[in-house]
Ligand binder design. Structure first.
Ligand code: SF4
Ligand code: SF4
Length: 94
């Protein structure tokens, strides 16, 4: 049996998004002025963080709840918590 590709596995992920974000950038100025590489825009498997204009936009609806941004931000500038009960990622097993 052939192994599933990452794209095929991603297709199995579903989300039940809350109206409020469970992720928060604490200081956008710090992102702009002190973080030239902006690693959050490439370590996040859900591509949640995007640098647009002069701000990091947070597409929390696509968060996989992997927790990487808790340790991946070099400035500890992301407040992370799990979504409220009943919301968040839903994994389906094929
Ligand atoms: S890694 Fe942290 S400090 Fe850098 S841009 Fe992302 S949230 Fe901002
Ligand atoms: S927990 Fe994982 S998927 Fe969610 S925003 Fe952080 S790095 Fe991205």
């Amino acid at each position: 049996m052939a192994k599933a590709t990452i794209e095929e596995k991603q297709y199995l992920v579903r989300f039940r998004a809350d109206k409020e974000s469970h992720l928060k950038i604490l200081d956008q100025t710090l992102c702009l002025e002190k973080c030239p590489d902006k690693p959050c825009t490439y370590f996040c498997p859900g591509e949640v963080y995007k640098f647009e204009g002069d701000r990091i936009q947070v597409g929390y609806e696509g968060c996989h709840e992997c927790g990487s941004c808790r340790i991946g931000c070099p400035h500890d500038n992301i407040e992370w918590k799990y979504p409220k009960g009943g919301y968040g990622v839903v994994f389906r097993l094929a």
